[in-house]
Structures are given as C-alpha cells and as structure tokens.
Design a protein around this ligand. Structure first.
Ligand code: NAG
Ligand code: NAG
Ligand code: NAG
Length: 370
C-alpha cells in the first residue's frame, strides 16, 4: 500500500499543496517539478496525432476496497480476487489490463481509482484538470502501473514510463453513471478517515464515458510525492452524477470520528500547474469530428472548433478567496457545539484565511504563463 497517502496531510490542511515539497524530502517534486499535474487543457494548443490509437481497458469485474484516506476516497484493486459460488471457487482474472493509445507498446494494470470533487451545495467545482479554464463538478482518476516493466505500483511510481492516469470528468446529470451510483452507495460506509469497505464486484470499465476521443500529456501524480512518471489521458466526454449523489460524497470527512463541527474532505483537488511547453496530443481530428453529423452532442470540450462549451463558461463562478483548499478548520473545532448548518458555515468562514497564501498563485481566473 501507499502508506504516505494514508498519513499525509494532503490537501486543504495547514500545510497545503504548495508546501508539500518543503515538508518531506520525498515530496520534493511537488515544489521543484516542472512537469506537474493537474494542468489546464487549452483547446487551441492541441496537437492532433493520427498515431494515437483507441485505448483498451479490461471489461472484467474485480474485488476492490474502498477506503477513506482522510483526503480522498480511494478504491484499490485486489489483485488476487476470487469468487466462491455454490459449486466451486471461481478464479476470475486478477488484473484489469489497460493498453493502446499513448501506452503502446506497454501494458498497464489498474491499481487504484480516486475521486476529486467540490461542495455541491456551494455549486463549487472540484475537477483537477480544467478545459479552457473551466473547472467541472468532479473528476474520477484511474491510476495504473506499467506491468511490463515493473512489479507493482510502488516500484513503478518513481520510474520512467511507470504510471498511467485516466482522468474522467464528472458532470451533473439527471441520472448517475451506474457504476458511480454503486460507489456512491458504498461511500456511505466510509464516512470517517481510515474506514474501509469491500466492493466484491467493482467494474472499472463501466466508469468510462462512451467515447474513443481523448487528450494526453506527460505529467505527475497529483498527490505526494508528485512523481513525474504519469502519462495522463483525459477523456473527451464526461460521465454523469446527480446532485443528490454528489452531495452524498460530500458527507465524507477527514476525521476518524464524528466531530461536532465536521471537517469535510471536499474540496480535494490540487491547484493547476503550469504546462511549461509540454505537448498535449489528441486523437481527435477536428476536421473530421466537426463535420461528422453523428458526433456526440455531449462532447464537452472540443466540439466545433475546439472551443469549450459556452454554457459552461457562463456558469463558471469564481469561488470565494481561499475556499478552494481552505475549507478546513483544524484548530477551531469546539466540543459540544450542535452539529447544524450554522456550525458548518462558521467552520467554512473561519477556515478561509488559513491557507490563503497557497491560493495566491493559483487563482482560477489568473493566467498561467505557458
Ligand atoms: C483479496 O481477495 C482475496 C480473495 O477474495 C482475499 O482472501 C484477500 O484477503 C483480499 N486481499 C485484500 C488485500 O483485501
Ligand atoms: C493482462 O495482461 C497480461 C499480460 O500483461 C496477460 O497475461 C493477462 O492474461 C491479461 N489479463 C486479462 C484479463 O486480459
Ligand atoms: C514491489 O516490488 C518491489 C520490487 O520487486 C519489491 O521490492 C516491493 O516489496 C514490492 N512492494 C510491494 C508493496 O509489494
């Protein structure tokens, strides 16, 4: 397991993301790295690469464990899954293989899935990657390791061509993606830090949107140690979740036990990092897709001339200063206070000045010099 992920003060703690590299020498890349993630995807800078084939992800179900790490909900694949049926023990494939696209010629194995989101009741967006500066309600990330070159995730994460990250934007819709709905239900068993629940039939491929289009770039883990070993793939269509389901995820807390003044996990995304002249490649042939009458209308990013959906821009709201990763009030929890909305609002307000410094260079509306 990734022990530092379990213990690290990852996101909106006093030691916010901008200070990761100063806290632990193994996290140095978080501050000195120049190929960090997440990034803004600027649709006008995409490079069409006809050599990028479709990605393929194993369709099987696996056993997995959903855990509240205190900072993120994390679903770790059990690589030794077996099912007992009435008559016999059925050994199902242990690995969800991922290959094709920018991974060629290597094969990767899914290791864990994490979920980033904002607070839906504040209409706060929580995706890590943004498209044309637009942030989306949430983002699922499938992290896999190169199983041709490395033994396991831990070994691969510090090595060249070690990891693959598939980012799936999650938007608000009338019906939740079926697999995400199941995870939502399971998340109710892991409200507090370190709690875990087993998912006996986790079906990762069902989390993918119905598209073969994506953009890809070379980046890093978005949590410590921020190793620059990740080939990122950002899928070109979202999957959906209802407001109600996203608000269930918002109940997840950072503390091990119930607090009178709850310390919520969301928002749990890392601020944007500069592109620094990295290439962003895509398999979307703009001429072809814009003329193709069958192209999917829900294509959120790159429809019609690579402009993001104007509706999304219109709805973009600037969050209050410091709110992006300052929704925490570590020393301000007072015992015996009623757990009610006022207490929550108070914690929210109080927490706004705690980490404001880390927000200065990462305001959503600031331009990052590419
Ligand atoms: C993985 O699954 C096997 C069989 O279902 C079980 O015996 C084992 O304890 C599981 N491992 C973990 C780490 O959950
Ligand atoms: C996954 O890939 C490995 C080779 O890396 C192969 O042996 C295995 O059969 C594949 N599993 C599935 C379920 O496709
Ligand atoms: C990962 O693989 C390396 C190299 O084989 C090994 O030393 C290490 O113990 C493995 N780690 C885990 C968590 O299995």
């Amino acid at each position: 397991m990734i022990s530092w992920l379990m213990t690290a003060c990852l996101y909106p703690c006093i030691v916010g993301p901008d200070f990761w590299g100063l806290v632990n020498k193994h996290w140095r890349m978080c501050t000195v790295g120049q190929m960090q993630s997440p990034i803004n995807i600027d649709p006008s800078r995409l490079l069409f690469d006809p050599g990028l084939s479709e990605i393929s992800i194993g369709k099987q179900q696996v056993e997995a464990e959903l855990q509240n790490t205190g900072q993120l909900p994390m679903i770790t694949i059990n690589e030794t899954t077996k099912f007992d049926t009435t008559d016999f023990i059925q050994i199902i494939p242990k690995f969800v293989n991922i290959s094709g696209g920018p991974m060629i010629p290597y094969n990767y194995r899914l290791h864990h899935v994490i979920f980033h989101f904002g607070r839906i009741r504040d209409n706060e967006k929580g995706s890590e990657h943004t498209v044309d500066r637009v942030r989306f309600p949430a983002e699922l990330q499938l992290l896999a390791y190169n199983s041709d070159l490395y033994e396991n995730f831990t070994q691969a994460m510090t090595e060249s061509k070690g990891l693959l990250g598939i980012a799936i934007i999650v938007d608000i819709g009338e019906v939740s993606n079926v697999e995400l709905r199941k995870l939502t239900v399971a998340s109710q068993s892991v409200t507090y830090k370190d709690s875990k629940t087993i998912l006996t039939r986790f079906h990762p491929s069902e989390l993918l949107p119905n598209t073969k289009h994506y953009v890809t770039y070379e980046g890093s883990l978005t949590y410590p140690g921020c190793y620059e070993t990740v080939t990122w793939i950002v899928m070109n269509n979202p999957i959906y979740i209802t407001r109600e389901d996203l608000s269930i995820w918002n109940d997840l807390q950072q503390t091990e036990i119930k607090q009178s003044n709850p310390v919520f996990m969301s928002p749990n995304y890392r601020p944007l990092k500069p592109l620094n002249n990295r290439l962003i490649r895509t398999n979307i042939n703009i001429k072809y897709t814009s003329r193709n009458p069958g192209s999917c209308p829900s294509n959120i990013y790159l429809n019609n001339g690579y402009r993001s959906n104007p509706l999304k821009i219109k709805h973009l709201q600037k969050p209050p200063a410091g709110s992006r990763h300052a929704r925490r009030s570590i020393s301000t929890l007072s015992e015996g206070e009623d757990e009610n909305n006022d207490a929550y609002d108070q914690a929210y307000t109080l927490s706004q000045f705690e980490i404001e410094t880390s927000d200065n260079n990462n305001n959503e509306n600031d331009r990052i010099d590419f």
